[in-house]
Design a protein around this ligand. Structure first.
Ligand SMILES: Nc1nc2c(ncn2[C@@H]2O[C@H](COP(=O)(O)OP(=O)(O)O)[C@@H](O)[C@H]2O)c(=O)[nH]1
Ligand SMILES: [Mg+2]
Length: 337
């Protein structure tokens, strides 16, 4: 074959590849238009939990063939694999054993019993509805847990309902994050109190609450840092912030939520314990469940701390922060298994 022929053939192959990629893109855009109907919250939860779901499915698939006493050991192992934690798995298996003795249930029976027990062991649901004016919500969590993103999503949610929302950027450690939040706050038509990098976080929080009171906001969301400029203890600093907030508005903060990174699974438990011990949390938000196969950890964390999960983060869109419902969460993990 001459060099010229080789060059022509190579050129044709490149052209064909480019054209086919272009056609693929057009096809997927057309499909995107067809799929444009917005997802319901349950659908978002199900989509977000697909990795955890697949993990549970694999774990339960490994059960086949086991008998009698071994069956329960295998169920316990399956639950552990899905990161629901040692204590929690033991409790669930005890309950199953109490119901069935040595009998090995059919898969459908096992699934519905698991769904029932998992749900019953979660603390009661606590749907969030601002009931003070302003309702002051303090958002805590380690760096990278998803606090700022969650606040942006909460802003969207409550602005969409027409509520007046004010954000206090009391994470004065990361200027870039504050800028990001500022843009978001402007985009959704909320208000914000932003101070220069390095300001005293408690002073920013105080000013934000005062501003929310004087402007008649319905909701005041306070973003905080997960670490500090100085070596001073984060817990002490946050405790101080809570005291300062109560001075700005008696009864504030009305809610103190800890944001946990869902990809950490069980490892988030100790962190959550420490925050709860020092700061009297009133609820949890678990983010990034879409990037995690460890969604089962939500059961272990919520039940061992006896704290309600208020919202879960199941994706990057503003609508991907969804109020937590035990039934839809359990369904997202176990449906179709
Ligand atoms: N996929 C996914 N990513 C998230 C979710 N929540 C937060 N993130 C990402 O987590 C990273 C850290 O979030 P950020 O809000 O800055 O954390 P902060 O340090 O606690 O304020 C960012 O890249 C976010 O986009 C979620 O529910 N799903
Ligand atoms: Mg942040």
């Amino acid at each position: 074959m001459s060099t010229q022929t080789v060059l022509i053939l190579a050129g044709a192959a490149v052209l064909a590849a480019v054209l086919s990629a272009f056609a693929r893109k057009r096809r997927s855009r057309a499909q995107g238009r067809i799929r444009a109907a917005p997802l319901t919250e349950d659908e978002r939860v199900r989509r977000g939990l697909s990795r955890t779901h697949a993990f549970f499915q694999q774990a339960l698939d490994r059960l086949s063939g086991s008998e009698g006493g071994r069956f329960y050991d295998d169920v316990e192992e399956a639950l552990l694999a899905a990161d629901v934690g040692v204590e929690f798995s033991e409790q669930v298996v005890e309950e199953l054993r109490g119901e069935w003795g040595l009998r090995v249930p059919a898969r459908a029976e096992l699934k519905s019993a698991l769904a029932r027990i998992l749900q019953s062991r979660l603390p009661g649901e606590k749907p969030f509805e601002p009931s003070h004016k302003p309702e002051v919500v303090l958002i805590l969590g380690v760096n990278g847990a998803g606090k700022t993103t969650t606040i942006a999503k909460l802003c969207s949610r409550f602005r969409a309902r027409g509520l007046k929302v004010l954000v206090g950027a009391a994470d004065t450690f990361r200027a870039a994050a504050t800028e990001q939040l500022k843009t978001w706050v402007e985009r959704v038509g909320a208000e914000g109190v932003f101070q220069a990098e390095g300001s005293d976080p408690s002073a920013v929080a105080f000013d934000a609450v005062k501003a929310a009171v004087s402007r008649g906001s319905n909701l005041c969301l306070l973003d905080t840092a997960g670490r500090l400029h100085t070596k001073s203890n984060l817990m002490e600093e946050l405790k101080k912030m809570k005291r300062v907030l109560a001075k700005a508005l008696p009864g504030a903060p009305h809610e103190t939520w800890l944001v946990l990174d869902g990809t950490m699974g069980q490892n988030a438990l100790n962190q959550a314990r420490e925050f709860h011990q020092f700061l009297d949390l009133t609820g949890l938000i678990v983010t990034k469940l879409d990037g995690s196969a460890k969604g089962g950890a939500v059961f272990a964390i919520a039940s061992s701390l006896k704290l309600p999960v208020i919202f879960i983060g199941v994706g990057e869109d503003p609508e991907d922060l969804v109020p937590f419902h035990a039934a839809s969460f359990t369904d997202g993990i176990l449906a179709g298994i």
